[in-house]
Ligand binder design. Structure first.
Ligand code: 5AD
Ligand code: SF4
Length: 445
């Protein structure tokens, strides 16, 4: 049978879709990249913001229409929105056959079989708190070229950020044993993976029987063949001294971090339930910079949270200036049903939210341009991931997370360059990437 998976939302969901694809392939399914011809259509939904939720539900509606012409289709609504809505999804989109929360992907093949045989609707939501070891690790395989892979180290979230639905749809935090993580990374590295990204909602809160996140990074630093380690997403409240110092002495730990701050106003942070102040965040940034001066720090920011004044917003702009973020994912606040912040009015008008978002973009775009300009002439260590945008080009990522395109070096081909580390000098800035040229003679490692 053929299955099609449409993914919405964060990297966690992207990775979950990889796991779903892996589970289905092992059960004889073929994964297709278009819905046409597939018997099983899977929506891996997100509900973290209202817009994401609307997108997932309308995709389910769109795919559901296909049932009018084909009665052998099975529609699976999976992921965070499925977890949140449960059986209500059937009322919203009657064409859906199976509603599946993120802790139930292991049962997907048997559940599909059941709904197809019984021609009935079924939902499975709830958390596997009793079986915290059930992480369904992937067969060693890369994202695209076998050079980099995601590895889950914890799941769920035990924070209570007042705007956030994640703890309700992903459950409390559960850690994967450190030995399992190390074993998976060793096996990935033996199969040619050179870069891993550790995943978790508050990944740096990791603590398995006394082994901290910094301890885990130190163990991974010794895995033979592994060149690079990244992680996402850390919480500023768990940026311990050991973790910050790891950036200074662990060779594999890349000099980039995505550290969501959400607001530059301590008053807002308190109201958001973030458990740190803007001053604390500034200190973390400063310490990260003294541990690793060339580190690039990016962040998430919510504008127009309930009660946010112009002054609060200006403090956010001030923080962006001072922290010199290399990138900001910015979002207009949207109320999520069931979250603590729904007790407050969503009182910043939509027009004002848009204005603040635009003002934030003006500031961050300038800073990003300045930071990128500083990279021209620098030599970056690029891990080749595939063909570049133009013919005869390669693309890859530098350790600092920047995407770099450069011509295939003399004497090399796409095939021989894939998965290699190559020194590339940055020669030009493009809108979303850097253009470079390999240092000759090429030293491909
Ligand atoms: N409204 C807007 N943005 C939100 N985020 C989480 N919940 C909301 C919400 N209710 C943002 C945060 C988080 C990112 C994944 O999504 O910035 O870091
Ligand atoms: Fe949501 Fe806060 Fe948990 Fe992040 S740390 S997933 S924002 S509750």
């Amino acid at each position: 049978m053929k299955a099609y998976i449409k993914t919405f939302g964060c990297q966690m969901n992207v990775h979950d879709s990889e796991r779903i694809a892996d589970i289905l392939s092992r059960h004889g399914y073929e994964i297709t990249d278009a819905p046409r011809g597939a018997e099983v259509l899977i929506i891996n939904s997100c509900t973290v913001r209202e817009k994401a939720w609307h997108k997932a539900i309308s995709e389910a509606g769109r795919l559901g229409v296909r049932k009018r012409d084909r009665d052998d289709l099975t529609i699976v609504f999976a992921g965070c929105a499925a977890q949140q809505e449960g059986d209500k999804v059937f009322k919203l989109i009657p064409a859906v056959d199976l509603v599946l929360g993120p802790d139930h992907y292991g049962q997907l093949p048997s559940l599909i079989e059941r709904v197809r045989e019984c021609k009935s609707q079924l939902s499975r939501v709830g958390f596997d708190e009793g079986r915290p070891g059930d992480f369904l690790s992937l067969e060693p395989q890369g994202k695209r070229t076998g050079t980099s892979a995601f590895v889950t180290v914890m799941k769920g979230c035990s924070e209570r950020c007042t705007y956030c639905i994640v703890p309700f749809v992903r459950g409390p935090m559960r850690f994967r044993p450190d030995d399992d993580v190390v074993r998976e990374v060793e096996s990935l590295a033996q199969n040619g993976v050179r870069e891993v990204t550790l995943l978790g909602q508050t990944v740096n809160a990791y603590n398995y029987e006394g082994a901290s996140f910094a301890d885990l990074l130190a163990r991974l630093d010794r895995v033979p063949g592994l060149e690079r380690v990244r992680f996402t997403s850390p919480h500023p409240g768990y940026m311990t001294k050991e973790l910050i110092e790891s950036f200074g002495h662990l060779e594999t730990l890349c000099e980039s971090i995505h550290l969501p701050v959400q607001s530059g106003s301590s008053r807002m942070l308190r109201r958001m339930g973030r458990r740190y102040t803007a001053e604390h965040f500034r200190e973390v940034v400063e310490k990260l910079r003294s541990s690793r001066p060339d580190i690039l720090i990016s962040t998430d920011i919510i504008v127009g949270f309930s009660g946010e004044t112009q002054e609060d917003f200006e403090q956010t702009l001030g923080l962006i200036e001072d922290a010199r973020f290399s990138g900001v994912f910015s979002f207009k606040y949207s109320q999520r049903p069931g979250t603590p912040a729904t007790k407050w009015r969503d009182d910043v008008p939509e027009e004002e939210k848009k204005r603040r978002l635009a003002a934030l973009h003006t500031v961050i775009d300038r800073i990003v341009d300045e930071l990128r300009a500083e990279l021209v002439g620098k030599v970056l260590d690029v891990l080749v991931e595939g063909p570049g945008r133009n013919p005869g080009q390669l693309t890859g990522r530098a350790r600092n997370g920047q995407i770099v395109n450069f011509p295939v070096p003399p004497g090399m081909t796409l095939g021989s360059a894939l998965g290699k580390l190559i020194d590339v000098e940055v020669v030009q800035l493009l809108p979303h990437s850097l253009e470079g040229s390999a240092i000759l003679p090429v030293r491909a490692r």
